[in-house]
Each structure stands twice: as C-alpha cells, then as structure tokens.
Design a protein around this ligand. Structure first.
Ligand code: ADP
Ligand code: MG
Length: 588
C-alpha cells in the first residue's frame, strides 16, 4: 500500500510539464515573452530549457532526503518529461512551493491548477500543462497510514484542469480537505507482547500439564490398587500360614533355608515353608521351562537352591484357585506321600502385574495323562499307580480329629491330568483349586467361591443332571470316586496282558468331541447311560477283570452304591495280592 500510494502520486505527476526554478535562466527574457503573449517564442524557450535540464535531474535524485516527500518527487520528475504537442493549449505555468515565477507552457491538452499538501502538512501550489489529464486531473486524499505513516499525517492533492489557452491563469488554487489525523497503529507494549506469549504458552502447556497430571493420577491409582491387592493377597496367605510360623519358629532359628525346608517336609504338620520364608520365595527361584499349560495358568520348572521345583503361575483372573490351593496345601496334616508336596505360595509383582505363584515338588514324568500316552504299563506299574492314587484320595477324604486335626477334603477335579507320576512309579494328587473341606464337629462344608467348575468329561451323573445334594459332604466324596473310576479305566487300558494292550484314550472318547459341553456329557452319561467300555481282553486276566469290576462299582449311576475310597483301596490291595511282586512290595 505504501508503495502503491507513492507510485500513484509519482506517476500522476510525471506527466506534468513544468520547469523548476533553476531552469529559468533568464527571468527578464521570460517576462518579456509572457508580456508579449508570444506563445511561439515561449515554446522554443521551453525546448531550450528542457535540453539543459535533462542532465541535472540525475543529481537531484540524490538530494531527495525523503522517500515520502511528494513535492520532491514532483520537482524531480517533470524535468525529464517529454515535450508537449505543439498544437495544444498554452497554459500558465508556475512552480511549487509558492508559484511565484510564472511562465508559459504550450502544446497541452489541459491546463492544470494544483494544490498539494506534502507529508509534513505543508501546502504547495503550481500551475502548468498536461497531456495526460486522465491521470493528473483529480483530487485525492490519502489517509497516509502507509506511505507517510512515519510523519503522522497524510499527503493530499487536488489538481483541477481546464481546456483553453491560459485558462488556468486566473484559476484559484483548489482548497484541500482538512488533514485527516492519522492515528499511528498502536505498537504493542512489551507487557502486551509478554501477555501474548504467556497466553500462547498457557494454551500449549496447560493441556499437556493436565494430561500429564491425569496420567500420573491414573498410574498412582493403579499402583495403589495393585499394592492394596498384593496386601490383601498376602493377608490371605498369612491367615493360613501364621500358625505354621509358630510351629516351625524353632526350626527357623539358625537353620539354613534348606534345613528349614527339610524340616517342614518331615514335620508332618501342615505343609510348605514357614510363611516368612515363602515371602521371598519368588526371588530365589529362577524359572527354566514351561512344563504344563492348564486352563487356569502355566506350570514351570524352576530351580531353587540347585534343585528342580515346579511353579504354578496362575492367571490373575483365577485368583480364587490360587487362594484355594494355597489354603488347602496349608491345611495341617495334609502332607502325604501321595499328595503333591507343597513348598510355598508367593504373590509377586512383575512389570506391575500381579503374579500368583504356587511352588511344589517337581515330578519329571509329568502327569499321569502324559505318562499313559507315552508308555504301556506292566501290572505292577498299573497297580502301583492306582494304589498310590487311591491312597492319596483316602488321605484327602479322611478327616483327622484332634487339636492338630485335618478336615475331610474332596478334590472335585480328579482326572489323569491332575495326577502326577513320581520317578518310582507312584502317583501324587495335584491341583486343589476346586477342593472343598468339611469338618464333622462343626458340620461345616467349605465350598470355595470359584467360578471354575470341574472337567465336564469327568463329571458324575448327579452333577450333570443337577440332582447332587450340595449340602452333604458325602456327595462330594462320591463325585471324586466316580472320577477315579474313569481314571482306573484309562490306566487299565494301558496295562499289558497276554492279549496285548489298548491305545491310550480319554473316557468317552468315541462318544463326545475333544472338548465336550455340559449338554453332550449329560446326554451320554445320564440320558443314554453310557460308561466306558470294559474290554474283553480284561476278562481273560485276573487282575484286569478285578479292576474292571471295581471301576463298574465306582461309576455307578446311583452314587450311594459307589464304594468309598477306603474300600477301593482295600479292593485294590486284594487285587495286588494276585501279583506276587507287588504283594511282596506291600508286605515289606
Ligand atoms: P491347572 O490348574 O492349570 O490344571 P495343574 O496343577 O493341573 O494346573 O498342572 C497342569 C499341568 O502341569 C499338569 O497336568 C502337569 O502336566 C504339569 N504339572 C503340574 N505340576 C507339576 C509338577 N509338580 N511336576 C511336573 N509337572 C507338573
Ligand atoms: Mg489341572
């Protein structure tokens, strides 16, 4: 805009034909010409002057002190203007600032009379010739905001034109509008600038800070909840273990960890390490490889004090199972050679995730399910497996009375995958996540609040048709017996006789899909009344036929007809007598 304003005025005035003071070399000569009104002579005189003045215009440019001075532009430019047409009007011509030395110009299409106010506010007057009236003859008022801003007021001009020889001679100089006051644009103060920067910073920093704060608060809440949960879990653990600390405080005295552990293994009271030792268990164990994946967690082989141990890591959603197993394993007098040896429980925090650990003895042969899949069995091996398992179940089912008594425990998830095989071929019962306890004196049956249900394939008819009496602990025992009968069937199939051996198979494998639903099992077991097939081969063998009869008695539809665990054990021992080698072993 600044340039535009300047350019407009400059361009307009470029075509004004006039001479400056210095071009009037001989004033008397000019006066004479003017007095005589000899316009021909005047034109010649003008031409002469123009030729002289051309050289000077360059020098004068450098004298212009200000870009914005209108009159300087005016004076500088008309010296270099082209000569006007010789047949135009002659005009009265005088020079700004005060038009005091008039002379005559010729060949103009218009004569003009100009008033110009410069950037300093001073008015200047001039008259002369023009051939470009369209550009020149006008009145303009600039607000000066841009082109003369630095002076604080504007430049204005009014140029009036007429046609006719010397028509501008007596013309009054046009009046200019009053000077518009140009308000200088307010320069923002330092404080204002700071204010803007501050606002900008606030606009950026505030949301970031709020977001950051929010994240910190959320993290703190999560951390708090996590710590609280850990504390709760520790509390649960402590509950079951506190009495044991008292029991084994003596042993803990100067003993090494290993000694404490050995002592706890042989003490016979409860199971697992002293509680305080358990709290540091996870830190002392290095996990090696995953050896089992159940529906509720993973089982790892780990190394603790140079020995292999098994670590069952529960998914945090199955906290109930971890609690239950910890509780059951902590039961006094539970320790038994046919119950998986318990070392301790720990809840650790890994990457802010709660990990629930249950540490037990490690059995390299793995589960009975794996073992049966791998190998066929001799009769001795078969009976060893069955006898040891039922011995474990008898111990579980039996309540021991006295101050250091043991409640009756029903497992509720007996199956070959929850029975582990020891190196000597005997078995231990594992996975107590669903177990229920019962104490006769109080008549109380403690059923865990656990969304987990038993394995559908092993569910007894009374569970499947929902006729089971949950109030009676005996019902739970009978459910275990039914499941044990199916285990017997799986094991017996793998027992070699003269007639050979069957491949490993899961119960009802030919009747239901690999992961049967409740309805499928109900139809097969309750509606159709199917039971696993007693193979013909078994009938040819005293031991196997004995086992066949026993399992029939144990999976009876009527739960009250099923044999109690102790009776099964006795029957199995009788069958074992038929095997001289095993009979010898048992009598030792
Ligand atoms: P879940 O509750 O997930 O069923 P389990 O306690 O039944 O967990 O263990 C799952 C599997 O892990 C078992 O079937 C077995 O193969 C393996 N396993 C568990 N404990 C041990 C152990 N102490 N030694 C060796 N293998 C084990
Ligand atoms: Mg299991």
């Amino acid at each position: 805009m600044k340039k535009l304003v300047y350019l407009l005025v400059l361009t307009s005035l470029q075509f004004i034909n006039a001479t400056d003071d210095e071009t009037v070399k001989d004033e008397s000569k000019l006066d004479k010409i003017l007095n005589e009104h000899d316009w021909q002579k005047f034109a010649e005189y003008e031409q002469e002057l123009s030729a002289d003045s051309e050289d000077k215009s360059v020098d004068e440019n450098s004298n212009d002190e200000e870009f914005g001075s209108l009159l300087a532009d005016f004076g500088r430019n008309f010296n270099s203007l082209p000569l006007l047409a010789p047949n135009g009007f002659s005009c009265y011509s005088c020079e700004a600032p005060n038009c005091s030395h008039p002379h005559v110009c010729a060949g103009a299409s218009h004569c003009y009379t100009a008033s110009v106010r410069d950037a300093h506010g001073e008015e200047h007057f001039s008259k002369g010739c023009t051939n470009t009236h369209a550009f020149v003859c006008k009145t303009e008022s600039y607000d000066g905001r841009h082109s003369h801003q630095k002076h604080g007021h504007s430049a204005q001009y009014s140029i009036q034109c007429c046609q006719g020889d010397m028509c501008n001679e007596n013309a009054e100089f046009p009046e200019l509008e009053p000077v518009p006051v140009v308000e200088k644009e307010p320069v923002p103060s330092f404080a204002d600038q700071n204010g803007h920067i501050l606002k900008l910073l606030l606009a950026v920093i505030c949301p970031v800070a709020i977001l950051g704060l929010l994240v910190i608060v959320i993290l703190m809440i999560m951390r708090y909840k996590h710590n609280k949960r850990m504390e709760e879990l520790n509390q649960v653990d402590r509950q079951y273990q506190e009495e044991m600390v008292g029991l084994r405080a003596q042993a803990a005295g100067d003993s090494t960890l290993r000694e404490i552990f050995d002592d706890s293994m042989t003490s016979g009271s409860g199971s697992g390490l002293p509680f305080l030792v358990q709290r540091t268990l996870a830190k002392q164990i290095s996990l090696r490889e995953c050896i089992g994946k159940g529906r509720y967690g993973e089982v790892w082989r780990g190394v603790w004090h140079g020995e292999s141990i098994a670590v069952k890591i529960f998914f945090s959603r199955d906290e109930a199972s971890w609690q239950r197993e910890t509780e059951i394993y902590s039961t006094t007098l539970l320790r038994h050679e046919n119950i998986l040896g318990y070392i301790g429980s720990d809840c650790t925090s890994r990457n802010s995730c709660t990990q629930l650990w249950l540490v037990t003895h490690y059995h390299p042969l793995g589960s009975l399910y794996d073992h049966l899949n791998r190998t066929a069995l001799s009769k001795v091996e078969t009976l060893r497996i069955l006898l040891s398992t039922i011995t474990g179940l008898v111990h579980l089912h039996t309540e021991i009375f006295g101050t250091q008594g043991k409640p009756a425990i029903a497992h509720r998830d007996i199956k070959t995958k929850n029975i582990l095989v020891r190196a000597d071929g005997t078995c231990v019962i594992a996975d107590f996540g669903l177990a229920v306890t019962h104490t006769q004196t109080t008549g109380e049956t403690n059923i865990p609040q656990n969304p987990r249900v038993g394995t559908k394939r092993y569910m007894s008819p009374e569970i499947l048709d929902m006729s089971m009496n949950m109030q009676s602990f005996e019902s739970f025992r009978r459910v275990d017996v039914y499941a044990f009968a199916l285990v017997m069937w799986e094991v017996t199939r793998r027992c070699m006789s003269h007639e050979g051996v069957e491949d490993y198979a899961l119960p009802f494998h030919e009747m239901v899909a690999p992961d049967p639903g409740f309805e499928d099992m109900h139809k097969v077991v309750c509606v159709d009344g199917f039971r696993p097939l007693i193979e013909e081969r078994w009938e040819e063998d005293k031991v196997l036929s004995g086992l066949g009869r026993l399992m029939r008695d144990c999976w009876h539809e009527n739960s009250s007809v099923r044999l109690p665990a102790l009776r099964i054990k006795k029957s199995l021992m009788k069958i074992a007598q038929l095997e001289p080698k095993l009979g010898l072993e048992m009598s030792e």
